[in-house]
Design a protein around this ligand. Sequence first.
Ligand SMILES: Cc1ncc(COP(=O)(O)O)c(C=O)c1O
Length: 408
Amino acid sequence: MKIKKNIPLIDQHDKNGFWGEKFGGNFIPETLKKPVEDLTKLFEKLRKDKKFIKERDYYFKNWVGAPTPFIKLEKLTSHLGGAQIWTKVVSEANGGAHKIYNATVHCLIAKRAGKKYIVGDTGAGYAGKMLSMAAKKFGLKCKIFMGAKDIKRQKPNCDAMKKNGAEVVPVYTGSQTLVDAVSECMRYWVSNCDTTHMAVGSTVGPNIFVKICGWSTSQISRELLIQIKNAFGTVPKKIKLLNCVGGGSSSFGFWNEFMNYNKKQIEFVGIEAGGPKKSKKHAAPLTYGSKIGILHGAAQYVNQNSEGQIDETESISAGLDYPGVSPLHCFLKDAKRARYTAASDEEALNAYQIVTKYENLNPSLEPSHAFAEAIKIAPKLNKETIIIVNSCGDAHKDKDILKQRLGI
Ligand SMILES: Cc1ncc(COP(=O)(O)O)c(C=O)c1O
């Protein structure tokens, strides 16, 4: 499996929508064929439309607040010894996480499609919060599906959605987490696609949703490449880009602009949720060798039992608590362009404590998984190696869990 140079990765699928012949596709009911085709035509037209790009860039700059800061974590670096640790503080974007990019683009597309309603899924609540913010900004009526377990553990984001005027629909099926929220959202869209636009909250789902989301979050690495050149005067010889991976939207967006660099110069490291140390359950299909299966309209590596039923996951982080992963990441794994590993709940909590002890940064439990890997590898590396962690979410939403687990 090979990645082609100079073609955006989101476009390296075949005519049936598969990356590397195996991942992605469109496993959708007959009723969705036409809406998915229409959305595909519209998106492909809009991404070539200079006026649309200008509009996107205007809102990214003047509403999202791009570019987000790129800073060196000097105290953490000297505490750990070894590699330099830097971070891109994507949590400084409007609303507190990277999900704002995808939400903004989906609302702009919905407006062009003449839709008045928008519907989305959420786990950690950031995808839902951002969609509710963007819907309010662009005058759309918004409905968010969220697992009942996540509503309880991510209350601040749930409250924000309601404050922004969105209807939050609790999902009581299955594990009552993100996987069930996405299923319910898609089910709702099947019956309402004439009037309603659907925004899938990560680089998952049928082919076009993977593409729209990846195209939107790539703003992060476009900014980062410029910031690296400004900070170092060049692109240093050894960079490691560390990012947590749930569905895979922040990590894909963090890496995309660097796709053509040699992996010895720029290594991509994806950190999945390993779950509690004592539990067999996890949300790390790429790390622990899950088989290919179909989830939410796409083929991907997904946690499943011997009959192909989707396994329940477990993670302290609602945003990473998902049994599958983007087809783009499956492709990157098989092409050996990215390395994937996992951090446990305990390692993420420990990383949160270390980062907040040394730095004025408040990474949510999702990026705390990536910081756990930075803490593990930095002492073994020299100071010419630059580790950059995507601090893609703010921990305000995790305050109840942090109080419970750490007494903070
Ligand atoms: C802050 C944060 N980081 C990471 C994730 C994981 O999603 P993705 O892998 O799509 O970036 C989420 C999902 O909700 C999130 O809220």
